[in-house]
Write a protein that binds this ligand. Structure first.
Ligand SMILES: [Zn+2]
Length: 451
């Protein structure tokens, strides 16, 4: 076992030691080479990457098979055999549980259904991405039909030689249509099930709101915004067409008469210095990340918006969130909100997904308490994996003022430490009596102080 987040352990396994030694040698390859050799080195490294991807896929599928067999032997019900395996793969690859699931799916298909594609990957004829494209584009085919495409495309290395990513994709899709046109129809109806709305941060304190919709609906929404914004523009509005479309979208979704009247609950953590107008540390907006303090102050002065600002208390030395007042809220709600502020995103290393659950680090079944120290914000997948057979999480003995941390142990016995991020630091000697609640014009600004 080796490197696991902050916890270092050295593997005594020969294969792993050899791989790490080889990686070390690759990283130190000589630079005084001829240009011909340099080009050969670049090509050879592509082969190394492809071979690594193939071996990673095989090891992934084998780990999955072994985990299932172990759980079956224990007499666990079938629905529990796969739980947490995607998270194990994710952690081992220093990726999220979500990506771990995709790596696992890719590995399963290559190893079980597409041996020729796997072989082309292993010898460097295909890159990991091109192999992924073939797996992706044959989704929905039966095992037998997939094997047909696999043979057609990859049994002879000449078939895909010199083909670009998009040509590989086109060749795979053409084979799918020939073998099973119905598969494409099945994929289309599966795709409709994936419709969703998401948001992610954009530069300059903007954010993207994306909707994945069936094409008819997406075209209809866009055409409606185009048509109505054109009418508004025609009536002499000074905004650009794009601005009007964006405003219309917000107004219609929120049901408000103007886009700027959106009530902002600015769940923000900022330092005393920033609040007093002297500090340069950014404020931290829940669900977005750091924003300039000046912008938060401007939101508070927006005439149309009803704002609410909550302040949390962080330790002046370390930035650890130490407490938060929960006012009249119920105890668990207060803890959950504070946990979300402290953790910001899912606490599993490399995950990065939004928090969906407040979780007991030590489970209630094992005597864990419903306290702030025993809480962690997790995404749905990580929360699910944590409960799987063979997983344990152990709270660290955190001292007051230290960043909250705990230890995750996977069924393979690998350890990972999860440490909460630091928050903006307040003034070291703040006066608790300064304000309790503060009114800017008629906006309610709740400054919540906690001892
Ligand atoms: Zn997660």
């Amino acid at each position: 076992m080796f490197d696991t987040g902050e916890i270092e352990e050295t593997s005594s396994n020969t294969e792993v030691a050899w791989l790490l030694q080889t990686a070390g040698q690759i990283a130190k390859i000589r630079r005084d080479l001829t240009d011909t050799t340099r080009a050969d080195v670049i090509t050879a490294l592509e082969v190394v990457k492809s071979a690594s991807a193939a071996t990673q896929a095989v090891a992934t599928a084998d780990l999955h098979t072994s985990r299932r067999a172990e759980r079956a032997a224990k007499g666990l019900p079938k629905r529990q055999w796969d739980i947490g395996v995607a998270s194990e793969i994710g952690l081992a690859r220093r990726d999220s549980a979500n990506k771990g699931g995709r790596h696992l799916g890719f590995a399963r298909v290559l190893v079980d259904e597409m041996p020729n594609t796997l072989a082309r990957l292993a010898c460097g004829d295909l890159s990991e991405w091109r192999a992924t494209v073939i797996v992706r584009d044959t989704f929905g085919l039966s095992r037998e039909d997939r094997a047909l495409v696999d043979r057609e495309l990859c049994s002879d290395p000449a078939t895909l030689r010199g083909k670009s990513d998009s040509q590989v994709s086109a060749t795979a899709r053409a084979a799918v249509v020939r073998i099973d046109a119905e598969a494409l129809v099945r994929r289309a109806s599966k795709a409709v099930g994936d419709r969703r709305v998401t948001s992610r941060p954009a530069p300059d304190t903007m954010a993207y709101l994306s909707a994945l919709l069936p094409v008819k609906q997406a075209v209809c929404v866009h055409a409606t915004l185009m048509r109505d914004s054109a009418a508004i523009l025609g009536a002499g509005d000074e905004r650009t067409k794009s601005q009007i479309m964006a405003d219309l979208l917000v107004e219609r979704v929120t049901g408000l008469s103007t886009a700027t009247a959106v009530p902002v609950t600015v769940n923000v953590v900022l330092s005393d210095e920033a609040l007093l107008g002297t500090g340069s540390e950014p404020a931290e907006v829940e669900g977005y990340g750091p924003v300039p303090t000046d912008l938060v102050i401007r939101w508070l002065h927006d005439d149309d918006a009803k704002n609410e600002l909550r302040r949390l208390y962080a330790n002046p030395e370390t930035g650890a969130l130490t407490a938060m007042e929960s006012k009249s809220r119920g105890f668990p709600t207060g803890i959950l909100r504070m946990t979300k502020f402290r953790d910001k995103i899912c606490r599993t290393p490399w995950c990065g997904a939004p928090i969906r659950h407040g979780d007991h680090v030590r489970s209630v079944a094992n005597g864990g308490d419903t306290t702030f120290d025993n809480s962690a914000g997790l995404c749905e997948a990580c929360n699910y994996a944590k409960e799987a057979d063979g997983w344990t999480t152990t709270p660290d003995k955190n001292q007051s003022g230290e960043l909250h941390s705990y230890r995750i142990t996977t069924p393979t016995g690998h350890h990972f430490r999860s440490t909460a991020p630091a928050l903006p630091k307040p003034l070291p000697h703040h006066n608790i009596d300064i304000v309790d609640s503060w009114s800017v014009e008629d906006k309610l600004v709740q400054i919540i102080w906690a001892a």
